[in-house]
Write a protein that binds this ligand. Sequence first.
Ligand code: ADP
Ligand code: MG
Length: 705
Amino acid sequence: MAVTAFSTPEPLDPDALRSAPVRYPHPSRLATPLKVDGPKATAAAQTLGLHTVGDLLEHLPRDRREARAVGELVSGETATVVVEVRSIASRSVRRRGMRPLVEATVGDETGVMKATFFNQPWLVQRYPPGSRLVLHGKYEARNRFRVQGHARTAEAVAGAEAVAHYRATEGLSSTQILALVREHADALGDVAEPLPAALRASEALPDRSGALSASHFPQRDSDVHTARLRLAFDELLLAQLVLLRRRRRRHESARAPVLDGARELSARWLADQLPFALTGDQERALEVIDADIAEVRPMQRLLMGEVGSGKTVVALYALLRAVEHGYQGAFMAPTETLAEQHFATIQALMPGEAVPAGLLTGSTPGRRRSDLLGKLGSGELSLIVGTHALIEDPVRFARLGVAVVDEQHRFGVRQRAALDAKGPEGLTPHVLHMTATPIPRTLALAGYGDLDFTMLRELPRGRQPIETFVCSTERERERAYDRIREELRAGRQAFVVCPLVSESEVVQARAATAEYERLRSGEFSDFGVVLLHGQMASGVKQSAMASFASGEADVLVATSVIEVGIDVPNATVMLVEDADHYGISQLHQLRGRIGRGEHRSLCLLFGPKESARLRALAGYSDGFKLAEIDLELRGEGELVGTRQHGLAQFRVAELPRDAELLERARRHAERIVAEDPGLDRPEHALLADALLDAYGAEALAPIRA
Ligand code: ADP
Ligand code: MG
């Protein structure tokens, strides 16, 4: 194979190769503290996390901005230029206490101007005529350029040159960072290569040192792209290694009860008690769960399915499997309200109390609480529904076999460990995680790569489609209220969701209260209207929900607290105010509150017609499809679901743009963890170092062979 220059297919000429310097990387030199001139800049460097030379070299340009040609600058414009110094001198300033001003005549092929530097007399020596500089500043009247940032550049003096822009802060400008990087460019040779040579060759990736160098100082356009891919690959590979090693560690070292007996109680429940037939997706989910819990290694499965897709049925099945093997089952929800709802659903799905179940939340009274705790400890109670408080210290289970964790994104690694510790004598419970937020595959892989996935895409039969409209004008608003009143007169019920006016719950609550008052005495004065928001006392909340659930109230005015929970099949309309303030996934979740019964449903989104998000909701009902659109519209960093889910945020990699790269990194990570789980082989030593650097010692905890 011919040796080529970075990011080009052109072979290098043999003389250039022979004269190339031999590199002897000293990675330890990268730990040298970074020295920056002046206390202000030093503090700024600390703020940016630039403590060592290595940190500096890993501080990659955020983008590259076209440098402007001097001849094209217009007065008042802030710009970056690449120029040559023609002459330079300092000029004293009249005012006392001011250091002299440095004035330079600088120019490129298109023009010449006067650049002024303030408070830095030493620049006269540092930038003699002929110096090439990149300057950032403001072009002002009389052909003056007030310099805000400056650095020497090796880049040719030309009009339209791209200049690297770094994340900067007060006290340390992007241009100064560029100068520092230049100063320490030699240290790029000290960067170690974490990837095994065979992997690099098979993926045709350039070396890491070269990629860092190319992203700071590209020689040609293709360099930036090639370098980015290489650095993104490293990031994705390390993230996948962490996830896959965590999963492996669990598989290797944790043992769960083997639940492989025939279905008995669960079979009777499915056949005699469940009032409907399972969907195909539910059947398949039951089968994979059966296979999971029949193994000695603990189940770690994520059940993804939209609101109403029937996850609770699947979860209850898993819990009953534990019970019929003589173990206990626990169902955990992130909030009290949700725990209460799950408890109600479970009771409805399991009439006649075939299995005694309890509800334990923060508001369970003391007497009842200690009774429940006692029965859990003795094993008398088989099923418990509660908040995440169930994994807290005082709760002891006699024989916890299966745990269901709803809305897994609020459940971190530490909580998982606490849950694991709740199993009987040396055994870890099987865990089924559930989420109603549909996540595109790439994000699921990036964030939950240590879990197995099952999706419920198919909605239970008999679900009525929801018609969704975007309403923008006053006339449409009038018509919307007419339609709602029509539905209410026909005996249906409606949700009114108030705008997401601010992050503050108090402000939200106030807005919802005002809208409630307005509607109660206005548009819906003939109907029963109730209010629900997060600031209400738990008892008041409950009675509002109860009166809506029983059909006593016709309209529920709420903040987005109804996003999850509440199952009222008779509710057929949802009106969302300022809908464009909500994200796609939130709106989709909200909409899932209707269309649950036998009647056709209607969703009215108030907001601008041109909103791409609102258009997507009007056009699609499949949550996975909407999640993909959301990802495309906003990118991973901005995706609300992403942040809620605590999915990995990358520095270089971008999803979904790098989805294919992620798949490649995943495949290599799988192979590496299968072949060398401890990363003990010599060719993986530097990879292990990189993992340690990026994720800390926890990521390298040993895996028992
Ligand atoms: P999720 O937890 O995914 O939001 P649930 O399990 O709460 O969904 O189910 C939503 C509603 O649909 C419940 O009223 C439930 O009884 C009902 N349901 C679930 N599975 C089916 C099915 N296969 N056929 C008909 N109705 C179903
Ligand atoms: Mg549910």
